[in-house]
Write a protein that binds this ligand. Structure first.
Ligand code: UD1
Length: 367
């Protein structure tokens, strides 16, 4: 009998943990075929950005923690590459699996490829066509060096084919993050999250913001905050504030403005289950996150995305998501139109909780 394939599964930042959870669980169901190791790069390191997800998602302890922390893009990417190269040289994995589009994804994909270790990218093929987004650079470079491209939607397949990727490398498997959501929704629903924020189902909005394009420029951030303060007078807003946004709210003198608003329920980053419970009960989700656009779609909660583009067009086609840019009048108009009209929301193809099983099915065919 052949020895099990050694697979390094990489997670680095908050949005990675819910993607590697279902993958590791599925791989561990085939212990005779795979030895999966979890590598945590440490891109996100605060307990509420990392540790809590290990507990709530039932993730195994990382087999290796690279502990890279924050830095500029070059520093962070370089630090991950240096540490991950050592891990790869020592362990010689047969395959490296990376997920999503964060700096750790890019860094580990390049490192593995240069050591001639095959790379699998989960959530491949998404394109915003906005090169000012660091994630777009990460997506394109990661896909270019990956041997297995696991896509969440048909648009991703089309993007890759248009870029000249051979069809045999592309595998449409659905959305692995939805596997995690569907598995943990019953647990999230049993929590008293809404009561702890003093809100009732259907009578509040959830908000998350962290993109540099929204929170790094004082004028832009101030404009967004003004619309949100206005909205909070008629609809409560639960806002788990990302570390980047908190720093800038303080720096731009905006924190007091929102802290004194009765309708604003502010908190630090929350865990996966509380976030899921909050999203499930919301009347509206306002966000600039990629993952939340998808979660809103499955939960059938209307979503307003404060960006001019999305790499996840299927969330718009499904009737859930609407792009509102980051300019006050546009955001205000989007909010009114969503609150005034009910729209039907459809579930995208293969967002059925079985994406990880499909990925592993493909990997089981490895020679
Ligand atoms: C990163 C990802 C982004 C993802 C987001 C989710 C990249 C390029 N970006 O952006 O795709 O949507 O995570 O959160 O990889 N910080 C802390 N504690 C932490 C982590 C970060 O205080 O645990 C601070 C850092 O010091 C930094 C800021 O937050 O000042 C931003 O962190 P960083 O990892 O650089 O990028 P994100 O904006 O979180």
């Amino acid at each position: 009998m052949k020895a099990p394939k050694r697979i390094h599964v990489v997670a680095g930042a908050r949005p990675n943990f819910m993607k590697v959870g279902p993958l590791l669980a599925e791989m561990r169901r085939h212990r005779d075929r795979f030895t999966a190791q979890l590598i945590h790069t440490g891109q996100h390191y605060d307990p509420e950005m990392s540790e809590i997800f290990f507990e709530e998602l039932g993730l195994p302890r990382p087999d290796r923690s690279l502990g890279v922390g924050s830095g500029t893009h070059a520093e962070q990417t370089a630090k991950v590459m240096i540490e991950f190269e050592k891990a790869c040289v020592e362990d010689r994995p047969d395959l490296v699996v990376v997920v999503g589009d964060v700096n750790s994804t890019l860094a580990c994909a390049i490192t593995a490829k240069k050591l001639c270790i095959p790379v699998a990218h989960v959530e491949a093929g998404l394109r915003s066509r906005d090169w000012t987004m660091p994630e777009e650079v990460n997506r394109i470079v990661t896909d270019a060096v990956s041997d297995f491209l696991f896509t969440p939607s048909r648009d991703a397949d089309k993007n890759l084919l248009k870029e000249g990727v051979a069809a045999e490398r592309i595998h449409f498997v659905g959305n692995v993050m939805i596997d995690c959501l569907l598995a943990l929704l019953p647990k999230a629903e049993r929590r008293d999250t809404l009561a702890s924020f003093g809100v009732e189902a259907g009578r509040y909005a959830t908000l998350t913001l962290h993109r540099p394009s929204n929170v790094d420029d004082p004028d832009v951030f101030r404009g967004i905050v003004e619309v949100l303060v206005e909205l909070s007078r008629s609809l409560s807003i639960v806002w788990p504030i990302h570390p980047r946004s908190r720093k800038n709210l303080e720096r731009f003198g905006l924190l007091d403005k929102i802290a004194n608003c009765a309708g604003m329920k502010l908190t630090g980053p929350v865990g996966y289950l509380d976030m899921l419970a909050l999203n499930r009960g919301a009347r509206l989700i306002i966000t600039d996150s990629g993952g939340l656009q998808e979660e809103a779609t499955i939960l059938r909660v209307p979503c307003i995305t404060l960006r001019n583009n999305t790499e996840r067009p299927v969330t718009i086609e499904s009737g859930c998501n609407r792009l509102a840019g980051n300019e006050s009048s546009q955001i205000r108009a989007a909010i009114h139109s969503v609150l005034d009209a009910k729209r039907e929301i459809h579930t995208p193809e293969l967002w059925d909780g079985k994406a990880a099983a499909r990925i592993v099915e493909v990997l089981l065919r490895l020679p």
